[in-house]
Design a protein around this ligand. Structure first.
Ligand code: G3P
Length: 216
């Protein structure tokens, strides 16, 4: 399973990349706004930090303008993947961009049939959102299981990139489902590394070692 980092905070990305846990990065307009930095500048810095797919979302809502924005974003760096929302216009842009050899990550997917349509339209990555379904009382992981099963039935090149992950449990269920990629907020990546028994075990080791009065 690949881990992408879901943020536009380059300091956070650098920290995770230095651990060797950043196979790519996803951004979205909200994350870019939160960074407070010019879009192209932050994308270029992210591309310098992580040598993997870097998702950058269009903000136009009609296909021709999405195509124009997508081509501009793709020119920033060879690793840029253009993000388009799962709307009719977004799928038209997905088809046009993929026909031009530009990879597309179709985002804001909430159902298996939306994912199937995106795969048929040439998407390279499918981003089904988990947390936002949980937030409204739906079973956020159910579509993930369905999408992975559907994709396994056919030979579409699209990779299942589980997004809107709020907890380590979401990551665990996504991995159990066989998703290709999970895009993770930096805090979730750090959360999966922590366990109270690890902390307690290390303290016991060090306490016992201190009794030996030795140095390595
Ligand atoms: O970046 C796409 C997705 O991961 C956003 O997640 O937490 O805003 O629902 P969230």
């Amino acid at each position: 399973m690949k881990f992408f980092v879901d943020t536009a905070d380059t300091a956070e990305i650098r920290e995770i990349a230095n651990l060797g846990l950043a196979d790519g990065v996803t951004t979205n307009p909200s994350l870019i706004a939160k960074s407070g930095r010019p879009y192209a500048e932050v994308l270029r810095e992210i591309c310098d930090i992580v040598d993997g797919p870097i998702s950058a979302e269009v903000v136009a809502t009609e296909a021709p303008a999405m195509l124009e924005e997508g081509e501009k974003l793709a020119k920033i760096h060879r690793n840029i993947v253009v993000k388009c929302p799962l709307t009719l216009e977004g799928l038209k842009a997905t088809r046009a961009l993929s026909n031009r050899g530009i990879r597309v990550n179709v985002t804001l997917i909430f159902s298996p049939l939306q994912a199937l349509a995106a795969a048929k339209c040439g998407a390279s990555f499918l981003s089904p959102f988990v947390g936002r379904l949980d937030d409204i009382g739906h079973e956020g992981m159910l579509p993930i299981d369905q999408i992975v099963r559907i994709m396994d039935n056919y030979d579409y090149p699209a990779k299942v990139l589980v997004a809107s992950i709020r907890s380590p449990l979401h990551l665990l269920r996504a991995a159990e489902a066989g998703a290709d990629i999970a895009t993770l907020p930096p805090d979730v990546i750090k959360q999966i590394l922590r366990h109270p028994l690890t902390d307690a075990g290390l303290e016991k080791f060090l306490s016992d070692w201190r009794q030996t009065k030795q140095k390595i």
